[in-house]
Design a protein around this ligand. Structure first.
Ligand SMILES: *Cc1c(COP(=O)(O)O)cnc(C)c1O
Length: 380
C-alpha cells in the first residue's frame, strides 16, 4: 500500500478529458430537427455554418472525427509525387498512423523548449525535395506561430495543414485559429473542448478545397472513404458550442486553482497560458524540475493514478522513439527527448472541481515529503 493523505483518493476517478455534457434541453431541441425530411443533412449543414462563424471562416466541413479529417486533408493537399510529411514528434500519439493512412512518411521536427511548439526555425531545415506537406500542430497550452509557419510554407511552396485540435478556442497575435494555412483540423471527441461525443471538422478559406473535402468524406474524389458526421453528433456539437463560454469559465477557474495551489510545492510549475489573446484554459500542464522534485515524472504519474487521479505523461514517448512499423525518416531530437520526460497533464475539465484541485495539491505535497498543508503557504 502506498500512503496517500486521507480523503485524497478520487472515486470515481478524474481524468484529463473534458467530458462536458451538452445541455439536455438544447440537445433535445436540435434532435427534434432530425426526424424531419432532410433533417440529418440540415443539422449537419447548420453545424457547419455555426462552426464556420465560430472560427470566422467562410467554410467548415464536418467529418466523422479528427483522425479521418487529418487523413482526408493530407490526401487532398500533399504534393503529388512526394512522400514526406514534416510534423513534430512531441505530439498526438496517433499522428504517425495518420501519416501512414495518407501514404506519407513522417519526418519529425524539433520543438521550441519554451513553448513546446514547432517553429519556423525547427521546421525550415527539414523542408526539401521530398516534402509533400507540412503538418503544423498546436501545443496543448498556447498556440504555435501559425502565421510564421504558414508564411514559411508559402515561401518554400509547401502546403501547410494545421492540427488545431488543442487550440479550438484560441486567438493568436495574428488572428483567430481556423484561418491559417490551407486548412485546419478540429475534433469533437468527448475528451476535447467541444463535445459532439465523436466528430471532427475542417475549416478553410478555400471554396475549392471545401468542395473536395465534402466529396471525399462521401466516397468521392477516389477517396475510398466514408467519413460523414452523423446528425446525432452534429446535434451534440451544436448544443456543446452553445455552452462553450460557461465551459471556458470553469476551465479558467480550475487552471487558476492549480496555479495558486501548486505555487508552494517546490519542483512543480503549472505552465501558464499566454495572457495575450483568448485561451480555453482546458489543459493543465505541470512541469517537473528534476533537481527539486524527488520523484520521476512516471513515478509521479503512477502515484497520482493509484489515487484515482488519471494524470498522464505529456506526449511520451515522443513519436520518433516509439516502435514503428511504418515507413518514416529516423530522427535524433534531443530537445524533444528531454521535454518528453518532464511534463504531466493533470486532471481537468467539467468533472474536476476546485476542491479536487486542493486535494491534488495536498497529494502532490505529500509525495514531496512536505508536511501536510505546506503547499498552502503561497496562496494563504
Ligand atoms: C484527439 C486528437 C486528434 C484526433 O481527434 P479524434 O476526433 O479523436 O480522432 C488529433 N490531433 C490531436 C492533437 C488530438 O489531441
Amino acid at each position: 500500500m502506498r500512503d496517500t493523505p486521507a480523503g485524497a483518493a478520487f472515486d470515481p476517478p478524474i481524468s484529463t478529458s473534458n467530458l462536458v455534457p451538452p445541455d439536455r434541453a438544447l440537445l433535445r431541441a436540435y434532435l427534434d430537427l432530425l426526424p424531419e425530411p432532410g433533417g440529418e443533412a440540415r443539422l449537419v449543414a447548420l453545424m457547419e455554418r455555426r462552426f464556420a462563424a465560430f472560427h470566422d471562416v467562410p467554410h467548415c466541413v464536418a467529418l466523422v472525427n479528427g483522425f479521418w479529417a487529418l487523413v482526408a486533408c493530407l490526401r487532398a493537399l500533399a504534393i503529388p509525387g512526394r512522400d514526406e510529411v514534416v510534423m513534430p514528434s512531441l505530439t498526438y500519439r496517433r499522428m504517425a498512423d495518420v501519416a501512414a493512412w495518407a501514404g506519407l512518411r513522417p519526418r519529425f521536427c524539433e520543438v521550441d523548449a519554451a513553448t513546446l511548439a514547432m517553429t519556423p526555425a525547427t521546421v525550415a531545415p527539414l523542408l526539401g525535395e521530398g516534402t509533400a506537406i507540412l503538418l503544423a500542430v498546436h501545443p496543448v497550452v498556447g498556440t504555435c506561430d501559425a502565421a510564421g509557419l504558414a508564411a514559411l510554407g508559402r515561401r518554400r511552396r509547401v502546403p501547410v495543414l494545421f492540427d488545431a485540435v488543442e487550440s479550438a478556442y484560441e486567438v493568436t497575435p495574428e488572428g483567430r485559429v481556423g484561418r491559417f494555412g490551407e486548412a485546419e483540423v478540429f475534433s469533437l471527441h468527448a475528451s476535447k473542448l467541444v463535445n459532439g461525443f465523436e466528430g471532427g471538422y475542417v475549416t478553410t478559406l478555400r471554396p475549392g478545397l471545401a468542395r473536395r473535402l465534402a466529396a471525399m468524406r462521401d466516397h468521392g474524389e477516389g477517396s475510398g472513404l466514408n467519413a460523414r458526421l452523423s446528425g446525432l453528433h452534429a446535434a451534440a456539437a451544436l448544443a456543446s458550442l452553445d455552452g462553450i463560454e460557461a465551459q471556458v469559465a470553469h476551465n479558467r477557474t480550475i487552471h487558476a486553482a492549480y496555479a495558486s495551489r501548486l505555487a508552494g510545492v517546490p519542483g512543480l510549475r503549472v505552465v501558464p497560458f499566454p495572457d495575450a489573446g483568448r485561451s480555453a484554459f482546458k489543459n493543465v500542464l505541470v512541469e517537473i524540475d528534476p533537481a527539486r522534485w524527488p520523484l520521476t515524472r512516471d513515478g509521479t504519474v503512477r502515484r497520482l493514478n493509484d489515487a484515482g487521479a488519471l494524470a498522464r505523461a505529456h506526449y511520451a514517448p515522443p513519436l520518433h522513439r516509439k516502435p514503428m512499423t511504418y515507413p518514416h525518416v529516423p530522427a535524433r531530437l534531443p530537445v524533444t527527448e528531454a521535454l518528453a520526460e518532464r511534463f504531466i497533464l493533470m486532471p481537468c475539465g467539467h468533472r474536476v472541481s476546485v476542491a479536487d484541485v486542493a486535494s491534488l495539491a495536498e497529494l502532490l505535497a505529500g509525495f514531496a515529503g512536505l508536511p501536510r498543508g505546506a503547499e498552502r503557504a503561497a496562496w494563504a
